[in-house]
Structure formats: C-alpha cells, structure tokens
Write a protein that binds this ligand. Structure first.
Ligand SMILES: [Zn+2]
Length: 109
C-alpha cells in the first residue's frame, strides 16, 4: 500500500513537471507512475515544449511544433518550413514586456 502511494507521488511529480514544460500531464503521470525514478528523471530531462518554435499546418491551419513531421490534427505530412512562428515562451516574454512598458508609461503620467 505504501508503495502505491510512493508511485502516485512519482506520477504526480512527473505529471506536474511535464505540464510545466508544456507537455501532457497525463502522459508524464503514466510514465513516472509506471517507471518511478527513471520516468521522473525523463520528465525532468525532457525538452521544454514551450521553447520550441512553431509553424502552421498548411492542411488545417493548426499551429504545431516545428519539429513535428506530421500534423497531430489532420495527419498532413509536414516539410521543414522556411518560416517559423515564435515559441510560446517567446510570445509570453514579449507580452510581459509590453505589459511592463505600458505600466511604466501609465506611472509617468
Ligand atoms: Zn493539419
């Protein structure tokens, strides 16, 4: 019983780490739950999906990761694009910067 609790803790930790990195909570919960230690280590070492550049699928217009070879929505095979869309992390950073600038501007008045 105690072992199951430990597994659940590993699952939750792995899931949260995966979620923070912009990946699926459920997948990393399962991985960390089934293979504790190693699963959690994998979640920690996994690439930051939020930092990945993105592009638009020519078939359905869904925004997918740059490294995806097949659209997850419509299954179109994707060539490596010439133009990429800024990653989610970059968009967030730019938005935060604009908000800070607007705040500074408002305080000057
Ligand atoms: Zn598509």
């Amino acid at each position: 019983m105690a072992f199951l609790v430990i597994l659940l803790c590993f699952g939750l930790a792995g899931g949260v780490v995966g979620r923070i990195k912009g990946s699926s909570f459920f997948i990393w919960f399962l991985v960390s739950f089934c293979i504790p230690f190693i699963g959690l280590a994998c979640a920690l070492l996994y690439r930051w999906d939020n930092d990945e550049l993105r592009r638009e699928c020519p078939g359905c217009g869904k925004v997918v990761k740059l490294h995806d070879a097949i659209c997850t929505s419509c299954g179109t095979e994707l060539d490596f694009p010439e133009t990429a869309i800024a990653s989610e992390a970059q968009v967030h950073a730019a938005r935060a910067e604009r908000a800070a600038a607007a705040r500074a501007h408002a305080e000057q008045r």
